[in-house]
Ligand binder design. Structure first.
Ligand SMILES: N[C@@H](CCC(=O)N[C@@H](CS)C(=O)NCC(=O)O)C(=O)O
Length: 212
């Protein structure tokens, strides 16, 4: 069975849990508490040198970190990752946008302002940049979603999962989604889809961290 090393409150980990739920795939979940150093053990670093979650362990024992790579791997052969060349490139376009223009601002703001004790003070010098660049990303998203129901067109894809994870929690990083009606409608659309689960969802009892 697939095993996912994940932290429950990590939005990057949630992307993979959400996709596995959409796909109805069974998996084992191993909780790695990044906030108390669970990702810095020699065992975890040997399995994933970046020391980050999520990390997927395949049934043959191979390890795959990076949420975008994991989504891409799991969605292969499903409508969530189109086979047609341009449609697939559009999905990747929005996934690269998420990693470069969204997560570093909206994701980081939520992580430090809502999950790390004292984070606001520690990251005081970055707050203005996070706010500017985060709202810039939300404007781009709202423009795209004003003319498309989903990021890569008429059907949902893994690009929607990549962008949903931190956007629906943007308020935890001090962002206000009120000025972005198309983004809010898209969040509601995804939440109404079959297979949707919240970030708190677990498929089964969470085991202690023990990288394979
Ligand atoms: N680009 C990576 C980022 C993963 C990431 O930042 N994970 C966070 C939790 S959301 C983490 O493990 N942080 C611990 C660290 O960077 O030391 C991905 O998309 O998977």
């Amino acid at each position: 069975m697939l095993t996912l090393y994940s932290m429950q409150l990590s939005a990057n980990s949630y992307k993979v849990r959400l996709l596995l739920s959409w796909l109805g795939r069974r998996f084992e979940l191993v909780e790695v508490d990044v906030l108390s150093g669970g990702h810095r053990t020699p065992e975890f670093l040997a399995a994933n040198p970046t020391g980050q979650v999520p990390m997927l362990v395949l049934t043959d024992g191979r390890h795959l970190p990076e949420s975008g790579a994991i989504l891409h791997y799991l969605a292969e052969g499903t409508p969530l990752l189109p086979a047609e060349r341009f449609a697939r490139a559009e999905v990747l376009r929005w996934m690269f946008f998420e990693q470069h223009s969204h997560d570093p601002f909206i994701g980081q703001a939520r992580w430090w302002l809502s999950l790390v004790r004292g984070g606001r003070e520690l990251k005081r010098n970055l707050l203005e940049e996070w706010e500017d660049r985060g709202y810039q990303a939300l404007r781009v998203m709202d423009t795209q979603l004003s003319s498309h129901p989903y990021f890569a067109g008429d059907a949902r894809s893994i690009a929607d999962i990549a962008l949903y994870a931190n956007t629906h929690l943007a308020h935890e990083g001090d962002f206000d989604l009120a000025p972005f009606p198309a983004v809010r409608a898209w969040l509601a659309r995804l939440e109404a889809e079959s297979g949707h689960v919240p970030i708190t969802w677990t498929p089964q009892k969470v085991a202690a961290a023990q990288p394979a």
